[in-house]
Design a protein around this ligand. Structure first.
Ligand code: ADP
Ligand code: MG
Length: 386
């Protein structure tokens, strides 16, 4: 199945699910992509650069405008029935409808009188595994609603609106990478991404990547993430005492990091951020020149995240150490914030395919949990399916 066909299959699921939930046809079906960050971790909130791909795992949203009350009736496969979101009483309810509610909150907040909507959602992105199903849901929903109402739906502005929805309404202090990937990805390309201001350069990337889910809980993540954000602020403040012109941690040099007076922990966080951005630049240059993904940079990124950023886990370390000696494998690293979630593996297609067979039973023997794996390549961001 090609990427385009896979997207159509999810869109067809959304259309069928719409008919089952509400009767009749939607006016519009759109889909947005999950994402994998190839390299550039914990840099988005430090003014740095990352290199994600949108993947062929997608979330489709089918929508139809309804007369009457300003209420969205919404159903998502597997969640157990149609739910109501009253546009006049938007509030966080700590369930999945917070994501579309957050988007509605943004739309209402800029003065858009969103009419009543029927909405069906279908997805083949595993949710809560680090492939960014939340951003795909926000972006697909926002794009569907804006398009159905004939409103502007420029992908970068749309992505930033969805980021605000997740930060302000859902309460996740996320950077913009997930939403920008879901909205702006390009098939066959990784997106070299800068965040403040947003700037994106597509870089050719025709390889596939093996994603391995550790199947471990990510319960520590939220508090650890906030702690890292604060530690990076401490490091930046220390560097600014020596070099006041330094606006972001990512723009500091390794020499400045070493010269500034600060404790060991913020120094290691800063060292990761600065060195990670250098790795992203070298990877982007290699890919632009037509080379394969430089696996050594992936390995160095993992070591930095493990030793300097303290966000790896024994399970993530096990995966990268297990795959690296395999013939045809170029390198491996954790992807996403860490503290659980997924690792990614780079290398020859046949070697990656063989690992999809051999890795899960080996991991299960060693760790006692069954991991899921996905072979993914670079796909488009948000698009109209029908
Ligand atoms: P990730 O974005 O890495 O998948 P998150 O914890 O950020 O993990 O987001 C997962 C949450 O997003 C789910 O728990 C659910 O609330 C919501 N979600 C994502 N996709 C869907 C979907 N297709 N239908 C309903 N809810 C979804
Ligand atoms: Mg998410």
């Amino acid at each position: 199945m090609t990427a385009r066909e896979a997207g159509r299959a999810v869109a067809e699921d959304a259309r069928r699910f719409f008919a089952k939930s509400f009767g009749g046809d939607p006016t519009l079906v759109v889909s947005a992509a999950g994402r994998v960050n190839l390299i550039g971790e914990h840099v988005d909130y430090n003014g740095g650069i990352a290199l994600p791909i949108a993947i062929q795992r997608r979330t489709a949203v089918a929508v139809r405008v309804r007369d009457g009350a300003r209420v969205t009736h919404i159903n998502s496969g597997g969640t157990g029935g149609v739910l109501r979101i009253d546009h006049g009483k938007l509030a966080r309810r700590r369930k999945w409808t917070d994501y579309p509610s957050g988007v509605l909150d943004q739309l209402v907040g800029v003065g858009i009188n969103v009419p009543g909507l029927d909405v069906a959602v279908a997805s083949d992105i595993p949710s809560g595994s680090g492939l960014s199903s939340s951003a795909a849901l926000e972006v697909a929903f926002d794009f569907a609603v804006r398009s159905a109402l004939g409103l502007d739906a420029e992908p970068v502005a749309l992505a930033l609106e969805c980021q605000r929805a997740e930060r302000q309404f859902v309460g996740v202090p996320c950077g913009a990478m997930d939403q920008l990937s879901a909205a702006c990805g390009e098939q066959g390309h990784a997106m070299l991404m800068q965040f403040a201001p947003v700037q994106m350069t597509p870089v050719p990337f025709a390889e596939r990547v093996l994603v391995v889910d550790t199947a471990t809980p990510r319960s520590l993540r939220a508090s650890a993430y906030s702690e890292r954000v604060a530690e990076c602020q401490t490091a930046l403040a220390a560097i600014q005492r020596l070099a006041p012109e330094t606006a972001t941690l990512a723009s500091a040099s390794l020499e400045q990091v070493e010269a500034a007076e600060m404790p060991d922990v913020p120094r290691r966080r800063a060292r990761h951020v600065v060195s990670e951005c250098q790795r992203v630049r070298r990877v982007a240059e290699a890919l632009a020149s037509g080379a394969g993904f430089p696996g050594a940079e992936a390995n160095a990124s993992h070591a930095s995240l493990r030793d300097d950023y303290d966000c790896s886990t024994p399970e993530l370390d096990w995966i990268v150490e297990h795959v690296r000696p395999v013939r045809g494998i170029a390198g491996a690293r954790l992807t996403g914030a860490g503290w659980g979630g997924c690792a990614i593996v780079f290398g020859e297609a046949s070697a990656l395919e063989a690992l999809t067979e051999s890795l899960p039973p080996a991991y299960e023997r060693a760790i006692g949990r069954a991991p899921r794996t996905w072979l993914v390549g670079a796909d488009d961001g948000v698009r109209i399916e029908a």
